[in-house]
Structures are given as C-alpha cells and as structure tokens.
Design a protein around this ligand. Sequence first.
Ligand code: SF4
Ligand code: SF4
Length: 186
Amino acid sequence: MNTIRLNTACDADFINQVEKESEQDMSLCYQCGNCTAGCPYTTFYDLPVNQVMRLVQVGQREQVLSCKSLWLCASCESCTTRCPNDIDVARIMDVLRHMSRRAGHATERRVKIFWDAFLSSVERHGRVHEMGLMATYMTKTGRMFTDIDLGMHLIPNGKLSLKPHTMIGKKEVSEIFKRFNEERSS
Ligand code: SF4
Ligand code: SF4
C-alpha cells in the first residue's frame, strides 16, 4: 500500500484551479476507491487515482503534479463511470496533466514525446497518422524497433497507411489547435 504525504500546507489556489478547469466539485469525493478498483492501469501507477483525488482535496500541488500516474492514464473513463458521486475523474486527470506540463513536471519523457507527436499529427492531418506518429516517436526516443513485430502484421492488412488519411473537417480541427494556442499564450 502506498503512503501519501499530507504534511505540506494546503494550497487552496491549486484546489480552486483544478475545480475551475475541470468544472468538478472535489469535495464530493468520499474516498470509496471505486475509481481505483476499475482503473486498468493502477498496477503501474505510483499513486492510485483515488489518492490523486485525495491529494487534490488537501491541496498538495507538488505531489500531484509530479506523479507518474498522470502520464500513464489512458483516459478510458472507467473511473468516471464508476464514481457513485458522478465526479468526472478522467476529466480531472486530464486537467492535472495539462497543469503538470505547464508547471514543467512531465516526468515520463517517452510519454510526453508520444503525447506531443500524437497531438501534432492530429493538428496537421485532422486525425492521427499512425505511421507518421510512430516514425516521430521512434526517432525522438531512439527506440527504433518498438513494436516492430506488431507493425509487420498491421501493414499487410492495411491497418497502417503510409500516407495520412484525408478527412472532412481537417481545417476546423486545425482551427481548434490555433484557438487553444492563442488562448494559452494570451
Ligand atoms: S469513485 Fe468517486 S467518490 Fe469514490 S474515490 Fe473515486 S472519485 Fe472519490
Ligand atoms: S481514465 Fe485514467 S485514471 Fe481513470 S480509470 Fe482510465 S486509466 Fe484509470
């Protein structure tokens, strides 16, 4: 069982910021643990998702924003669907990831590279171009043979396209990124 530290002064601004950005009420969490029980990645987390919730409730900014769990979360929303108090836990995890990045706490370099490559691919093509994403990820991490065995099965079956897919709404997707970047820098 993990031990969480509650010995740092409560950062009320942090709680307010998480609540504002996620539009969730942190005080509703009564630590039943249902979110953690359904989380498929909890084995790999340094802090289970219910403990992340508890640490936010008590304003432990540094401990939350530096935890590895934020970067391993798959946004599957199992925690959200299981919460008896209708808290959108997955949305809170998403908000915390953004806060962690802004604060320079992204601890998992490879996860961050993957995330950046994914978003940049969606921004450019309107949806992810898997082959381009993998090429960027492999080049930037130096992991040239990652999942090469899987790729060998996917390419002949047409699951990995050499060219980006064309799609309706590509321009609109790019506009979303543009607006986001403008708001972030203002
Ligand atoms: S399921 Fe909801 S109430 Fe229970 S610990 Fe998780 S967030 Fe808190
Ligand atoms: S959204 Fe993240 S924290 Fe929630 S259950 Fe899925 S992997 Fe776990």
